[in-house]
Design a protein around this ligand. Structure first.
Ligand code: NAI
Length: 330
């Protein structure tokens, strides 16, 4: 199988290169992201491999179909960036439903702890030998209330971590899981009661802007919010308004509504034209990272393994356990 591997970063090769060889795949590593301008590079390949910020729309799917590309191999769990409905009957879409939920949950807690204890500020300060503690007072999480939105694999891993902090954990999910050390409550109650809110649901029509002006108004003043799921879950303008009103103790954002083309790239020499992103960067209690919750050795290895297993199953006519069917369209 010949695979056009879009958006290659040096760390992608660590596992994909040797594992791909073991399978006998011919992987063509392309640095460019997959978009309407670069889709032609898929010509001559059986599959394309894409990541979260490669956008594959209906027009591109038609182009891939014309080029006889058989599969879109997502090296991610989320698939909101691929028009799954348009792909129906044309191209098989396969994903990596689970690799290391703990990687994302642990990172969510790392972000929460950073903004609650201001370690990101302390780090810069002590490097200047400024050992003053003024402005660095944090809060305990112990015995506070944590609200988890979405109790799938990552949400459940987060609940286990929060349990370890001896927090009272409440959660919301339209499809409740059993056996969690957490109490399911309506979403409005979660917003009202939580000292800490962590979002772990997918982005779809229903969840888009689940954090909006109204939900922010319902939250406790001084709430800590972390989003490691998808940027579109938060209405950025409403978040900025809430920040300006001093409603948040701290916010951790690993994802951002307009991250495409910015996250994963070195834009340090560019003029940033996204005023909302620039504004968010000015708040001392907002920590922004570049969609890296998944980024551990364990997770990267597991992603490569499952992505290539998916390709192998397709090539050999085996059952496609990780196919994204049209019924899953967002
Ligand atoms: P999952 O599919 O195991 O769980 C998602 C949960 O959200 C399910 O229990 C589902 O019922 C629930 N849900 C659906 N609609 C909801 C709604 N309206 N309100 C509340 N909950 C709702 O997915 P998993 O693996 O736990 O991933 C969660 C999200 O994390 C993914 O959708 C993805 O966007 C994000 N993610 C981020 C990564 C990063 O690097 N920052 C890496 C991997 C995933």
């Amino acid at each position: 199988m010949k695979i056009a591997f879009y958006g290659t970063k040096p760390y992608d090769r660590i596992w994909f290169e040797p594992m791909g060889k073991e399978y006998g795949f011919d992987i063509h590593f392309i640095e460019a992201a997959c978009n309407p301008e670069t889709v032609f590079m898929a010509k001559g390949h059986d599959a394309i491999c894409v990541f979260v910020n490669d956008h594959v729309d209906a027009g591109m799917i038609d182009a891939l179909y014309e080029m006889n590309v058989k599969a879109i191999l997502l090296r991610s769990a989320g698939y909101n960036n691929v028009d799954v409905k348009a792909a129906e009957d044309k191209i098989v879409v396969l994903r990596v439903p689970s690799y290391s939920p703990e990687a994302v949950a642990e990172f969510s807690m790392a972000m929460l702890l950073a903004v609650a204890r201001l370690t990101h500020k302390a780090y810069n300060r002590t490097r200047d030998f400024n050992m003053s503690l003024n402005g660095l007072m944090g809060v305990d999480f112990h015995e506070k209330t944590a609200g988890v939105i979405g109790t799938g694999k990552i949400g459940q891993a987060m609940i286990r971590i929060l349990n370890g902090f001896q927090m009272e954990v409440i959660c919301y999910d339209p499809f409740p899981a059993e056996g969690l050390e957490a109490e399911y409550v309506p979403l409005e109650e979660l917003f009202r009661r939580s000292d800490v809110i962590s979002i772990h649901c997918p982005l779809n029509m229903e969840t888009r802007h689940i954090i909006n002006e109204q939900s922010i108004a319902a939250m406790k003043k001084g709430v800590y919010l972390v989003n490691t799921s998808r940027g579109g879950l938060i209405d950025t303008e409403a978040l900025i308004k809430g920040m300006l009103e001093g409603r948040f103790g701290g916010v951790g954002l690993d994802v951002y509504e307009e991250e495409e083309g910015v996250f994963y790239e070195d834009r340090s020499g560019d003029i940033i034209t996204d005023d909302n992103l620039a504004r968010l960067m000015t708040f001392p209690n907002v920590l922004i990272t570049s969609h890296m919750g998944f980024f551990t050795r364990e997770a990267m290895q597991a992603i490569a393994k499952t992505t290539l297993e998916n390709a192998y199953a397709l090539e050999n006519g085996l059952p496609l356990a990780n196919q994204v069917g049209k019924e899953m369209a967002l």
